[in-house]
Design a protein around this ligand. Sequence first.
Ligand SMILES: C[S@@+](CC[C@H](N)C(=O)[O-])C[C@H]1O[C@@H](n2cnc3c(N)ncnc32)[C@H](O)[C@@H]1O
Length: 297
Amino acid sequence: MKDLRIYERMPEWSAATLPHGFRRKHRTKEGTWAQLTVHAGALRFTHLDADGEELSSRVVDAAAGPQLVEPGVWHKVEPLDDALRCGLVFLCDPSRYLEKKHGLTAPHSEVRALLPTLEAVPGRSMLDLGSGRGRNSFFLAEHGLAVTALDRSDAAIAKLRQIQTDEGFTLSSSVYDINRASLADVIEGGVVDHVISTVVFQFLEADRVPAVIDDMQAVTRNGGLHLIVTPVTSAEMRCPIAFPGILRRGELRDRYLDWNILRYDETLGEFHKRDRHGQRYKAEFATLIARKPGTRH
Ligand SMILES: C[S@@+](CC[C@H](N)C(=O)[O-])C[C@H]1O[C@@H](n2cnc3c(N)ncnc32)[C@H](O)[C@@H]1O
């Protein structure tokens, strides 16, 4: 069987309490498996097609063991006697656990793609600047990095801490306004190996961006990596959303000319935010991966 992880457990149900929604045609969400276990009594499990026509049906009792229902498969269950006691759990691929359980979106694709590069360089401390609720922080913590998550939103940091407690992550976090450009005050020891910041810079005060980048660079140990993903604007491809701190094409790269730029590109991408026609806003996004010169000490 595929390696799956439980993300939600329903209370035990009897014939009287089995919810009506389960007795009618229904299916699990995309990427969600259901596992039904009968502890006593029996129920009828029926596979249906999209029109509600029966495809197959079987009696499930305690001897049958757990019944796994694949994502998106139409079915219904009906109690067959008053002795029924059954349990239901929802499962997902382990990589989607935080998404399914806590509503976090998947880690940014550039953060996932950075892992092999991170593994090849020394240093395990990581700053997630503008972490939000921590989709990238948790991903990196799961892969052995000692993450500090900083965000100016109290609500985002509160949610991140709740997930951290629920899931037992080791990670430090603070409410911090990046515009302050005083990272040494909030990170342990005043230095860090690596910094990521995805889709954050556009929210900064425009005239603070140079100081913010200087500060990020100053607290980074020699040999450390920076990954920044941010929308950019230009006369040819104007960013459709009015952000205070939007960078111009090429501006980010120009702030890293003293570093070893491992990658810099500006490519068309999409925001999660949609316009009034339901279409996602599009803009050019700069992706920078750069390594601070010098030997780590
Ligand atoms: C689009 S979200 C991206 C969050 C996260 N980096 C991610 O990729 O999921 C932007 C985040 O930047 C944070 N942010 C914006 N301006 C900030 C500032 N001046 N200081 C700290 N965080 C800020 C917001 O609170 C928000 O959580």
